[in-house]
Design a binder for this molecule. Structure first.
Ligand SMILES: CC(C)(COP(=O)(O)OP(=O)(O)OC[C@H]1O[C@@H](n2cnc3c(N)ncnc32)[C@H](O)[C@@H]1OP(=O)(O)O)[C@@H](O)C(=O)NCCC(=O)NCCS
Length: 154
């Protein structure tokens, strides 16, 4: 966690953090590449609690005192084949625009890797924004073959 400012701490959220989680969701545009977009918006209190209670959800926040300055959200994906029982899919991460390039993103990824090491999970995938590719390469990710596709039902 070299470079992380003193006073920034990282912790995993649980169902008891539903209120904080919803406050973050109402302002998470400030953690996007382009903060002028709309935030994701809050879940219902029960929805937020259920999300954070789901054992396949890993949601960490970086905090400086009362401020949330970064977050990282993964899902635990159980594997079909022999070898490690699961892998991670890094769904989303963001560092508040005013807190970038201060080691917060690196510290969040290190926290995820500690969790992986403690749970016999050896691989993590990320569908990365173009903007963030440099960060992921610096964090030790490597490009994979193929393309990520998406289909939306209307
Ligand atoms: C990508 C992001 C999470 C990085 O967080 P961060 O806290 O700024 O990252 P760090 O300070 O730990 O950066 C570590 C190193 O990664 C590299 N890096 C960080 N951001 C980078 C960027 N946008 N482009 C290229 N390299 C980058 C740098 O080498 C940096 O080290 P340096 O500052 O000493 O040069 C942050 O820029 C962000 O929230 N971006 C908007 C949301 C986003 O794109 N999320 C990813 C979705 S897939």
């Amino acid at each position: 966690m070299t470079g992380l400012q003193a006073g920034v701490a990282i912790r995993r959220l649980g169902p008891e953090d539903a209120e904080l989680f919803n406050r973050l969701s109402e302002a998470d545009n400030l953690f996007d590449e382009d903060p002028s977009g709309a935030p994701s918006g809050a879940l219902t209190p029960d929805g937020a609690r259920a999300f954070l209670a789901d054992p396949s959800v890993l949601f960490w926040v970086a905090e400086s005192g009362p401020l949330t300055v970064g977050f990282l959200h993964c899902i635990v994906q159980r594997r079909r084949t022999a070898g490690p029982w699961a892998e991670l899919l890094l769904m989303e991460m963001g560092v508040h625009t005013e807190w970038r390039r201060q080691g917060v993103g690196t510290a969040l990824v290190s926290t995820m890797e500690l969790w992986m090491a403690g749970h016999d999970v050896l691989e993590v995938w990320v569908p990365a924004n173009t903007y963030a590719v440099g960060f992921y390469l610096k964090s030790g990710f490597t490009p994979d073959e193929g393309a990520i596709l998406v289909k939306q039902l209307h």
